[in-house]
Design a protein around this ligand. Structure first.
Ligand code: SAM
Ligand code: SF4
Length: 452
């Protein structure tokens, strides 16, 4: 069984909130970077005392830095199609929404979108689409191949509906990095209420997709719960349990854990958030994911407002999207009437990078691990041993330098250049530091896509 709902419930119900002593002992364990058990995660989720919560944040910030250094990776979603045969009550793309214009981009239009993103400086895109057999796996495979063939996008990740092993194999063979599916809620009665029709009603088929994906050759998979559908404590604990299940079965934790929080969507049936999740809760959730699954990228999208996103990078988040549109075709041609949900942070890539740099972090456009075989169980183990940070730091500096050379506008270059200087200084290994300095000269001379 991937998730034992009864056990999740009883862990959250039975024990009282942990004492200060218990919390300190769990945080000490987390500093070993091996993650936390379900029992310890459940206890942390119960903490409400502000002093203890701020200790959780600071420990998560430290763990993040020891695992990934100061880098924050940036990516952008690219919506392919909003056709969907499912009836998810919270989503603007749901089948019954007659007020939305439907659009499935052609391969040429997909390449046009990717080119716009490439010109803005992105190197990592996440393809997103609704579920409709007319635009099934072949459509996504064609999109991935065309993007690699015709643009300078270096890694394509995919958030697409659950598939069987054969289709997942085909998807993987097109060169996709991470395969991402959110369970939305792990709580079965709530799942039934939120998914009224279509294939997505099948809870188990969705829950088991990551097992199928790994069997099909995906080494890196991304999970998450749509926060606001049910009690966040239940869904966060189940998300960690899901990652632990993958680790126990395949030796690899979830490569990413996302924290999508419910947003208003035109044409959605859901009028109110059933279980509101506050900004304080979001900060706690990010920190707990960081401590419980230290090897996972914790991904924060533009569903969250800019100020909160700026805070979350201090408390455990490692990946941010930027300059996003949730509309198929929304980059080349602005058109909001067919969006999935409204975003909350409209800053451009450059603005987000500058804000990361000003906060003392290192904006990164790195795609190196996926292309160097540091994936799956190898990535999980190296990361939990503290061995990924050196790559992260070096590659962040190199990709930031490229960005400055090719995309940064006057006025932003100084703050980003200072981030490069600090980034080099923070590389602990002197020989690596020297190599990075040499590579920076090569980038100035026009070489591109250098990575460790
Ligand atoms: N259609 C596929 C599926 O549902 O798995 C993949 C793409 S779907 C567009 C991506 C994710 O958007 C969903 O998994 C859900 O978590 C999220 N989402 C849907 N409606 C949302 C809303 N109103 N606010 C925030 N996130 C939403
Ligand atoms: Fe379709 Fe995905 Fe939206 Fe559900 S969440 S209606 S499956 S696009």
């Amino acid at each position: 069984m991937v998730i034992d709902g009864k056990r999740i419930e009883s862990l959250l119900k039975e024990s009282p909130s942990p004492s200060r002593k218990e919390v300190l002992s769990i945080l000490r364990k987390a500093e070993y970077l091996r993650g936390l058990s379900i029992e310890d995660t459940a206890l942390l989720l119960k903490v409400e005392d502000p002093d203890l919560i701020s200790l959780i944040h600071s420990t998560a910030g430290r763990v993040k830095e020891r695992v990934f250094g100061r880098r924050i990776v940036l990516f952008v979603p690219l919506y392919l199609s909003n056709y969907c045969t499912n009836g998810c009550v919270y989503c603007g793309f749901r089948a019954g929404n007659m007020d939305i214009g439907r659009k499935a981009l052609s391969v040429d239009e997909i390449v046009e979108e990717a080119r716009v993103l490439e010109r803005r400086g992105f190197r990592r895109v996440l393809l997103v689409c609704g579920e409709d057999n007319r635009w099934g796996v072949d459509y996504i495979v064609d999109a991935v191949r065309a993007i690699y063939r015709h643009t300078d996008i270096r890694i394509v990740h995919v958030n697409a509906p659950p598939m069987d092993v054969e289709d997942l194999r085909r998807l993987k063979s097109s060169g996709v990095g991470v395969y991402q599916v959110f369970q939305e809620t792990y709580h079965i009665p709530t799942y039934r209420k939120m998914h009224l029709s279509g294939r997505k009603r099948d809870y188990t088929y969705r829950l088991e997709v990551m097992d199928r994906a790994i069997e099909a050759g995906f080494q890196d998979v991304g999970i998450g719960a749509l926060l606001g559908l049910y009690d966040y404590r239940y869904d966060c604990l189940a998300t960690v349990a899901h990652s632990i299940h993958l680790y126990e079965r395949f030796g690899t934790h979830a490569h990413t854990i996302s924290i999508p929080r419910l947003r208003p969507a035109k044409g959605a049936l859901l009028r109110e958030v059933p279980h509101p999740v506050t900004d304080v809760d979001i900060k706690k959730i990010v920190s707990i994911y960081r401590l419980s699954v230290p090897s996972a990228g914790v991904v924060v999208s533009t569903r969250e407002p800019s100020l909160l996103r700026d805070e979350l990078i201090r408390t455990g988040a490692t990946q941010l999207s930027a300059g996003s549109s949730t509309t198929p075709g929304g980059y080349a041609h602005r058109e909001d009437s067919i969006e999935q949900f409204s975003i909350n942070d409209g800053r451009s890539l450059e603005e987000v990078m500058v804000s990361i740099a000003r906060a003392g972090f290192l904006p990164s456009l790195c795609t190196s691990c996926y292309r160097s075989g540091r994936v799956g169980s190898h990535f999980t183990e190296t990361t939990m041993e503290g061995g990924i940070k050196r790559f992260c730091q070096a590659n962040a500096v190199l990709t930031l330098k490229e960005y400055i050379e090719d995309h940064a506008r006057n006025g932003c270059t100084d703050v980003l250049k200072r981030a490069v200087t600090t980034g080099i200084r923070d590389i602990e290994d002197p020989s690596l530091r020297e190599k990075v300095a040499q590579r920076l000269n090569e980038i100035e001379e026009g070489r591109r896509d250098i990575y460790f």
